[in-house]
Design a protein around this ligand. Structure first.
Ligand code: ADP
Length: 257
């Protein structure tokens, strides 16, 4: 229980740091974005206009990152209708250029039209984290499978004291045939800053877990050294979801504080 408390405290400090940092960064990025935006319309000098567009695009990307850091810090997320097909298409696009020739990527949804309450951006970030980890775990190549299926979970499934309800769940899977993990790594997986990589942050899986938890879901992992790793994200499906009520939102600036 004490270890749990220390972990929670570390996590809170981290969230506070992320919150403070992203707040300041946003204040820096917003004027930059505006400057880039006005410069790109500068007719007299096309070179300057191109630079303006570049500044604007970088500023926009920075703001996106800041936005996801802010939602990480707050643990809140905007609810919308997420369509599996849309989520997987976006993931495929983001993965382009990050998949080495030696790795085969399969992205397959049982039912691409399935929609559920969630946050597209956060889940995309989460899947992307898992996929990039998987690729890094396959230096000699291999197979990366991303899947989605519906499943009924009984109460006995939640044996780790999670406060999730039995019922119908979406199961997102990210499976690789890479180096796998030993018991020690598995035990420390979600520790802030725990990494076995020289350039790792040790925050990827923690933020995945946080995103899944903010969807009232749970995360599971199965791994065997030299054989590979399966990550499972279980997200509760509300009953009567109307897929036609697509909640379009491309609000890059976020809404206020
Ligand atoms: P980072 O990727 O920055 O190290 P993460 O929190 O995403 O941070 O991952 C923590 C550690 O978990 C990694 O350093 C790695 O040892 C292990 N890990 C994560 N995903 C995989 C995977 N698919 N296969 C093997 N090891 C993994």
């Amino acid at each position: 229980a004490e270890a749990e408390l220390i972990r929670a405290q570390r996590f809170e400090s981290l969230a506070m740091l992320a919150g403070g940092l992203s707040h300041d960064l946003r204040n820096l990025l917003q004027p930059l974005l505006l400057a880039g935006d006005s410069l790109q319309d500068y007719q007299e000098d096309p070179r300057l206009a191109r630079l303006g567009a570049l500044v604007r695009d970088c500023g926009k990307r920075g703001l996106d990152m800041v936005q996801s850091m802010l939602s990480f810090a707050r643990g809140a997320h905007r609810a919308e209708q997420v369509r599996i097909g849309g989520l997987f298409e976006a993931l495929g696009l983001l993965m382009q250029g990050s998949v080495p020739k030696t790795v085969t990527l399969h992205i397959d949804a049982e039912d691409p039209e399935l929609s559920f309450d969630g946050n597209h951006t956060e889940l995309q970030q989460c899947l992307l984290n898992l996929c990039l980890n998987a690729i890094q775990a396959m230096p000699a190549g291999g197979e990366l499978h991303v899947g989605a299926a519906q499943i009924n979970l009984p109460a006995s499934f939640f044996r780790f004291g999670e406060d999730a309800q039995p019922g119908r769940y979406l199961c997102l899977t990210v499976a690789d045939t890479g180096i796998g993990m030993d018991q020690e790594v598995l035990r420390r997986l979600y520790e802030p800053f725990f990494t076995t990589k020289t350039t790792g942050t040790g925050l990827g899986l923690l933020s995945c877990k946080r995103i899944v938890a903010s969807h009232n879901g749970v995360m599971r992992v199965e791994s065997e050294p030299d054989h590979g790793t399966h990550f499972y994200l279980y997200i509760p499906l509300a009953e009567h979801v109307d897929a036609s009520e697509q909640d379009e939102q491309d609000n890059l600036q976020g809404n206020g504080e």
